[in-house]
Design a protein around this ligand. Structure first.
Ligand SMILES: *Cc1c(COP(=O)(O)O)cnc(C)c1O
Length: 421
């Protein structure tokens, strides 16, 4: 058995020097919750925001304490609240949906397209009601959803589009960066993402009003409305601020984004070329014009064609030293908060049942068949296509897969034996 591969972070002397500089300055955060210059943070926070604006060609960037808080700020900035519905896919991180619940709006789950694993435009259209205010689109594992179609639907029904792009910074559709196509997009700087500063997030938009409102949410906005002579804006905030220390590290990480993405793309393309001939393993499907940045390398396992269970396949691969994700999260509506309909306290079902909400939630199992099927039976994920791993590691991975395919009869026998006892 090979030792499992451990991935290293991409921190180098640049991040360490940047952090030291901030520590020596003594100013670890430079926000003040009053109207004035420091309402918008210190020089590293502003520097990080400027870097996002330049790179992604957007007018406004607002650094946040995480992508999860940035998602909530986006919901609040759009004025989405009690009685409103937001459509989103069920295969995503829990925070995509809880951002909606935090403003007492109702998440409505639309199914996914199996080919891209992202939200299915047709299913979105089927779920639109008079209560729908926005579509939350998630770019999963490094590839954008079918945004050209989704933007058309949004226009037709006058809906806002929020892009959860925590996983796919640098992904593109045509010339446009994913995360900048909808009304507002968010990025993550969490330690598990392609680039990180421990925890952090960035919200981007071309809409001045959305940016302003997000800034208010980030820094106790209710406090400054009087000073800004803005008594009409309905909003309140909390503390979603990024520190100078985090921002300084994030600025250095952000400079490495293209390098890290290109590394991933090269390894992923190489892996795809090596896996083409294994029957029953469906490789990532990149639509024409879409740039995939391979936060993960997703594959679909077709049991009928391979002849063994996904579980057996994954176990055998693990024994060769290559961990493999079987599925990822369960479809979010399986979680108890949706099944029981309680998020605040026992017997209170707000916002799923509430005097402002005249819809009826539907979170039964079977709601999104493609998503459920994909999670339970088909999806396999590997993080092997990432710096500092090389084609040599990919070759070992492919050799391990080949070994499994060479021993399918034995594995079938193993399945039959383990079933009996
Ligand atoms: C990681 C992730 C988030 C949350 O990011 P944080 O920065 O950890 O809050 C949100 N959505 C998706 C799809 C993610 O993968």
């Amino acid at each position: 058995m090979r030792k499992p591969l451990l991935l290293r972070t991409s921190f180098g002397k640049e991040e360490i020097e940047a952090a030291k500089k901030v520590l020596s300055s003594g100013i670890l955060s430079d926000f003040i919750g009053n109207a004035g210059e420091k309402f918008l943070g210190g020089k590293y926070v502003k520097g990080l925001e400027a870097a996002y604006c330049r790179k992604f060609n957007v007018k406004y960037a607002v650094a946040m304490s995480s992508a999860a808080t940035a998602l909530h700020a986006a919901i609040a900035a759009l004025g989405i609240g009690p009685g409103d519905e937001v459509i989103l896919p069920p295969i995503t991180m829990s925070a995509t949906a809880t951002a909606i619940l935090l403003n007492n709006a109702v998440p409505v789950f639309a199914d996914i397209e199996k080919e891209t694993i992202c939200i299915d435009p047709q299913s979105i259209e089927d779920k639109i009601t008079k209560r729908t205010k926005a579509i939350m689109v998630v770019a999963l594992y490094g590839q954008g959803a079918n945004l050209p179609k989704i933007m058309k639907i949004a226009k037709k029904y006058r809906l806002r589009v929020i892009e959860d792009n925590a996983q796919s910074p640098g992904a593109k559709i045509g010339k446009d960066f994913v995360g900048t196509i909808g009304d507002v997009g968010i990025f993550s700087l969490n330690c598990h993402k392609v680039i990180n500063c421990g925890e952090g997030g960035v919200l981007v938009t071309n809409n001045a009003r959305i940016a302003y409102r997000a800034q208010l949410v980030r820094n106790h906005g209710e406090v400054v409305l009087d000073d800004l002579k803005d008594r009409d804006t309905v909003i309140f905030g909390t503390n979603y601020r990024l520190t100078e220390l985090q921002a300084a590290v994030a600025i250095e990480q952000f400079k490495k984004l293209d390098f890290l993405n290109n590394w991933r793309i090269e390894l992923a393309d190489y892996l795809t070329s090596k896996l083409r001939n294994f029957k029953g393993i469906i490789l990532p499907d990149t639509k024409p014009g879409f740039t995939h940045v391979y936060y993960q390398y997703p594959m679909r396992f077709i049991k009928k064609e391979v002849g063994i269970k996904r579980q057996t396949f994954a176990k055998a691969l693990r024994a060769e030293g290559f961990p493999l994700g079987e599925g990822w999260v369960q479809p979010l509506y399986f979680f108890p908060i949706y099944q029981r309909g309680t998020i605040y306290k026992e017997k209170i079902n707000c916002p799923f049942e509430c005097k402002y909400y005249d819809g009826k939630v539907d979170y039964r199992k079977g709601l999104c068949p493609a998503a459920e099927d994909l999670c339970n039976k088909e999806l396999m994920l590997t993080g092997i296509c990432a710096w500092p791993l090389t084609k040599k590691h990919i070759d070992l991975f492919v050799t391990a897969i080949k070994k499994i395919f060479d021993n399918l009869e034995e594995l079938k026998l193993y399945e039959r034996k383990t079933k009996k006892c």
